[in-house]
Design a protein around this ligand. Structure first.
Ligand SMILES: [Zn+2]
Length: 207
């Protein structure tokens, strides 16, 4: 799947998103408000089903965005929760073949997730560590693992726990969905390091 338009992350409740979009309650990163603007191409996401992402246009900057549910990642055919399960298993020492077998996904697909996450490890660690300090300024140093990969999985988990303590309303959003919201669906994206923009409300889509 190729998304040309910039992405705005939204919750997984499609009816609620549609209602908020029609009511002019969904914000554009520019500060304006989004209005319905057709749909993106339909796609199937394993673990979620058929999706037809909404397009929306901002009345202020006139940019058209694709609304991506936090349960998805950009250009990935599996839900972020399935991918996150693979990342967690890898961080605790499992190899890509057993992970693929357990999740019933192709070995090459799982290897691709793990490599993409490892490539993004430094950018992700920086992003989530910064967010963690904002959420919990008194947080202590995190345990150091044998690999940067495991360090990043740890900080994502700790960050999620801190967000739940601080905001208390993440409710139905899983830790990996929150991570998708923070990275604008780019957890595994090649251009993560340059595209990650530290917005004022990185968890906005998740709450
Ligand atoms: Zn705008």
């Amino acid at each position: 799947m190729v998304l040309e338009a910039p992405v705005v992350m939204v919750g997984t409740d499609a009816l609620g998103v549609e209602r908020r979009l029609r009511a002019g309650e969904l914000g554009c990163p520019c500060g304006g408000y989004l209005r319905p603007w057709g749909h993106a191409r339909a796609r199937t996401v394993r673990g979620i089903g058929a999706l037809r992402p909404r397009r929306a246009r901002c009345g202020a900057c006139l940019v058209t965005h694709v609304l991506l549910a936090v349960s998805c990642l950009l250009r990935r055919a599996d839900s972020v929760d399935v991918i996150g399960a693979a990342l967690l298993a890898k961080a605790t020492g499992a190899g890509h073949r057993p992970i693929a077998a357990r999740l019933e996904r192709p070995v090459s697909t799982v290897r691709g997730w793990l490599r993409a996450f490892a490539r993004n490890a430094e950018a992700l660690r920086s992003t989530f560590t910064t967010l963690l300090v904002r959420l919990d300024p008194l947080t202590g140093p995190l345990p150091v693992h044998a690999s940067p990969f495991a360090d990043v999985v740890e900080v994502i988990g700790v960050c999620d726990a801190a967000a739940r303590r601080r905001l208390g309303v993440l409710g139905a959003v899983s830790p990996w969905q929150a991570a998708s919201a923070v990275t604008t669906g780019r957890l595994l994206a090649a251009a993560l390091a340059t595209e990650l923009i530290n917005t004022g409300e990185p968890l906005g889509a998740a709450v």
